[in-house]
Design a protein around this ligand. Structure first.
Ligand SMILES: Nc1ncnc2c1ncn2[C@@H]1O[C@H](COP(=O)(O)OP(=O)(O)OP(=O)(O)O)[C@@H](O)[C@H]1O
Ligand SMILES: [Mg+2]
Length: 478
């Protein structure tokens, strides 16, 4: 019954000859026994090295035994305390049981009695720990910016938690919109570097010729336009976390410079010729298959292995069961508050539809669907007729990142642009909105930021174009 692992027993007994006898008794089970004669001393020992079980004599010279019991429990709710008591003090032992002591033994007792009680106490402790662990998992519908209680996400939370404390580099993979950036931030926030900076660098969004200086910084005059010294992301992330997003998009020649940085921990700002030491933890992410990129010769194998120390794969939303509903409900409440709408729940058939959808754009697509509903509708409940066409291009369909608005594309606009002719204003606007959506991979809030308009405006426009298209009217001056 007792675990093969050595357990730590704290024995609190002020009569030294008795303590020696008990230690002799306990030898049979080969536990590590720490003996204290005073309550205060025992609490210090427990704080320093938490015991698995405690054997406590209630009559102590410096403290009330019940107080010691309560202090031990306050520190660790699942600690098992066995009370040892003289025949005349059974009332006190019963009192201790009421306060949560595991069991009591009346003096004098033999080795078998003590060992049996202790084994039961340790067993209870193991069970209590397991229950605590399960409850913690079930309770975890939220984790550093993530929503979702599915077993798939619990595994993600556990990985993040267990790697956060180390310095090991993490490589995050997952389809677009699965939360790779959320994961990178969670790793930073759960780590001892949380007070340092989290610096995110999107290798796909920065023009290739600027990327090196963005990472390593530059000195004044390093290239045309370098008007002054500028620290790069590496230096800004010193003491913190450097998030290399879309790492597979990094140009091949820059990859070798990055490799050097990862290997040596030193960077050389462009044009400086000097080396600077920085202390960063690397988290990289991609929605590609990185090994396939290595095999295709687009991604350096040595860099891959340097960064791919701890892999973290984010499951697609369609594999997360009821997380879809949890996330949708959260954003419904959130967006309704933002937009001043009364919507607060989904009709059951709507939830069924959300649950059954395959969400190629993952959480971002779900967010967009909910935002779309909230902007365009009101009422206490979201009904089926309010759902936008979900496979549809306007909300981040399978082709997210290529042509989000393919169905409402406007060859006319392109032709006009080539002509250099003046175009109708609505066409210019539509073109620009589509461009922003394309650039942001259908991220409406981000596109809105780029266009300096509100996301609601984009959702309304998309809706108007859809309606116009359905009517076969083609373009409208919405
Ligand atoms: N489990 C989740 N719970 C709540 N919000 C989430 C969750 N996962 C992602 N999000 C939100 O979804 C959006 C997309 O997440 P994120 O940007 O981290 O995805 P990504 O995997 O980096 O996508 P991409 O590959 O397109 O860059 C963000 O607004 C993020 O806050
Ligand atoms: Mg991302």
């Amino acid at each position: 019954m007792s675990s093969p692992k050595k357990r730590r027993i704290l024995l609190i007994e002020d009569t030294v000859p008795l303590a020696k006898l008990y230690i002799e008794f306990l030898r049979a089970d080969a536990h590590e026994v720490v003996h204290c004669t005073r309550g205060g001393e025992a609490l210090d020992a427990a704080a320093e090295m938490p015991p698995d079980a405690v054997i406590l004599d209630l009559k102590l010279p410096d403290m009330d035994g019940l107080e010691v019991l309560q202090a031990l429990q306050a520190r660790d709710a699942s600690v098992s305390v066995v009370i040892i008591t003289a025949h005349g003090s059974i009332d006190l032992a019963v009192e201790a049981m009421k306060l949560g002591a595991f069991d009591f033994i009346v003096k004098p007792f033999n080795a078998d009695r003590l060992n049996l009680t202790l084994r039961n106490a340790l067993e209870r402790r193991t069970l209590a720990r397991m229950v605590e662990g399960y409850r913690k998992d079930l309770d975890r519908g939220r984790f550093h910016g993530f929503i979702g209680s599915s077993p798939e996400m619990q595994a993600v939370y556990r990985t993040i938690e267990s790697v956060a404390s180390s310095r090991a580099n993490v490589f995050i993979t997952g389809e677009s919109g699965t939360g790779k950036e959320v994961a990178a931030q969670a790793i930073h926030r759960a780590s001892p570097r949380r007070d340092g900076a989290f610096v995110a660098l999107n290798c796909a969004a920065i023009p290739k010729d600027l990327l090196e200086s963005e990472i390593f910084g530059h000195v004044k005059g390093a290239f045309t336009g370098a008007a002054g010294d500028r620290p790069g992301a590496a230096l800004l992330a010193d003491g913190g976390t450097l998030f290399l997003d879309e790492i597979c998009e990094m140009p091949f020649d820059l990859q070798s410079k990055l490799l050097r940085f990862v290997q040596t921990g030193t960077v050389s700002p462009v044009g400086s010729g000097r080396e600077e030491r920085v202390d960063v933890r690397f988290v990289a992410a991609t929605n590609r298959d990185p090994l396939a990129e290595v095999q295709a010769g687009r991604f350096r194998e040595d860099l891959y292995y340097r960064l791919h120390v701890i892999p973290l794969a984010l499951p697609p939303l369609r594999d997360r069961g009821d997380d879809v509903i949890e996330i949708a409900r959260f954003f419904l409440i959130d967006y309704a508050r933002e937009e001043g709408k009364a919507l607060s729940a989904f009709a059951p058939e709507v939830e069924a539809r959300l649950r059954a959808h395959d969400w190629p754009g993952n959480v971002r697509q779900l967010q967009n669907v909910v935002r779309n509903i909230v902007v365009l509708h009101d009422g206490p409940q979201v009904t089926l007729d309010m759902l936008p066409p979900m496979g549809g291009p306007a909300i981040g369909g399978p082709d997210a990142g290529t042509s989000p608005c393919a169905a409402c594309g406007s060859p006319a606009a392109d032709a006009a642009a080539e002509d250099g002719a003046v175009q109708p204003l609505w066409l210019v606007e539509k073109d620009m909105i589509q461009k922003a959506l394309r650039l942001t991979g259908d991220d409406v809030p981000r596109a809105a930021l780029m266009l300096e308009i509100s996301p609601s405006t984009i959702y309304r426009k998309l809706q108007q174009w859809r309606v116009a298209e359905a009517r076969g009217a083609g373009e409208t001056a919405a």
